[in-house]
Design a binder for this molecule. Structure first.
Ligand code: HEM
Ligand code: HEM
Length: 317
């Protein structure tokens, strides 16, 4: 048996790994977002199941309504599909139950006691069954809107606005993030954008204070802002912000407009102004992403007592 002999000399210290080009550590937000993206790409059986169940419920709702309208409550024997026919009651109660199921999402969302996956499943249930709740309410009413005015008709309008704002919000949450990522270098939260905006504005003010010559002030305040196009226009070149800055400098004839000793300053102010315009648009998108939520939540709150008032009035008045 051959024993491995120990080397006579002390082993050379393990070769140091070649120095890596220093890369900025990914921000915790970016890390969180990329994990979120990966999760979002997994096959979502829970998502499919939620939409399938909602579809089946929608088919049953339409089927019951059609039976009521064209068979069971068909004139002249009946008064057509109405809220107070057996099918009308069934659809009214179903709408009430769906309100409970859909609104339960917001409770779970707020408490955050369940796992993330659970929240995602609830979100799908929320979207799919929220739409069915809209369909069920419309068919429960007959459908009848104008003749149901003012009290019940107004309730139906409020209900449809609740569903409508949710639908609009979903579209916004698909369309806007795409436009946002087109113009941002890294994923930023709205608070980070605000912070950057403040820093940029401060630097612009300082540059203007340090260079009060009328030519420079006019260049910074009028000429450059006019030359910067809508950030979406620069599209995929967002990652090469230098190109955008060069384009603006060239377009504004920065070299000729500013004395030679101010060229670096001119470049810096263009950089700040371009950055500020991009940040402004990012902030706008962040605002759109959140703007509809308070309306949706307010309508949710409004519809609950209204549902109770509706049930009380249709039975008692
Ligand atoms: C979001 C839920 C609901 C909406 C948007 C809604 C809306 C309406 C509308 C627009 C009408 C037509 C009124 C008319 O023809 O003048 C109606 C009728 C009626 N609803 Fe609802 N409803 C809802 C839930 C319920 C529930 C939970 C019940 C009770 C279980 C109910 C019971 C009735 C009854 C009995 C009628 C017939 C009233 C009548 O003809 O005078 N509804 N509803
Ligand atoms: C009965 C109908 C509905 C009710 C009662 C309802 C209620 C709510 C509530 C209370 C929230 C706030 C959750 C939170 O942030 O804590 C919410 C969020 C949301 N709803 Fe609805 N909703 C309904 C229908 C819909 C529909 C039909 C859609 C879209 C098709 C929808 C889309 C959304 C979305 C995307 C959010 C997430 C907002 C966020 O990013 O936090 N909702 N809903």
């Amino acid at each position: 048996m051959t024993a491995t002999t120990a080397p006579a000399t002390a082993p050379a210290p393990a070769a140091k790994p070649a120095p890596q080009p220093s890369r900025p550590a990914p921000s915790p937000t970016a890390k969180k977002l990329s994990q979120k993206t990966l999760k979002a790409k997994e096959t979502r059986w829970d998502k499919r199941a939620a939409w399938f169940m909602a579809f089946v419920t929608a088919v049953i709702v339409v089927g019951l309504w059609a039976l009521s309208a064209y068979v069971w409550d068909k004139p002249p024997n009946g008064r057509g599909a109405q809220g107070d026919t057996p099918v009308g009651y069934a659809l009214g109660v179903l709408t009430l139950v769906l309100y409970g199921v859909v609104a339960a999402y917001s409770m779970r969302h707020r408490k955050r006691i369940q796992k993330r996956a659970m929240t995602r499943t609830w979100m799908e249930v929320h979207l799919a069954f929220g739409l069915v709740a809209g369909l069920a309410a419309v068919l429960h009413s007959g459908p009848r809107l104008l003749s149901a005015a003012p009290l019940h008709g107004a309730f139906l309008v409020a209900w449809l606005m609740l569903i409508g704002t949710g639908f609009l919000g979903k579209i916004i949450s698909v369309v806007v993030p795409k436009r946002l990522t087109r113009i941002e270098d890294e994923a930023l939260l709205a608070e980070d954008v605000t912070e950057k905006q403040v820093a940029m504005r401060k630097e612009i003010e300082e540059l203007l204070q340090a260079n009060p010559e009328p030519a420079f002030v006019a260049y910074a305040n009028t000429v450059v802002p006019k030359a910067i196009k809508d950030p979406q226009h620069y599209g995929k070149r967002r990652m090469r912000r230098h190109d955008v800055i060069d384009e603006v400098l060239e377009k504004t004839n920065g070299a000729a407009a500013i004395p030679a000793d101010k060229h670096d300053t001119a470049r810096r102010i263009v950089t700040c102004l371009v950055e500020e315009r991009f940040l402004e648009q990012m902030q706008g998108y962040h605002w759109i992403l959140r703007s509809w939520v308070p309306i949706h939540v307010a309508l949710t709150t409004l519809c609950f007592p209204w549902l109770i008032v509706h049930v009380v009035t249709v039975f008692l008045l």
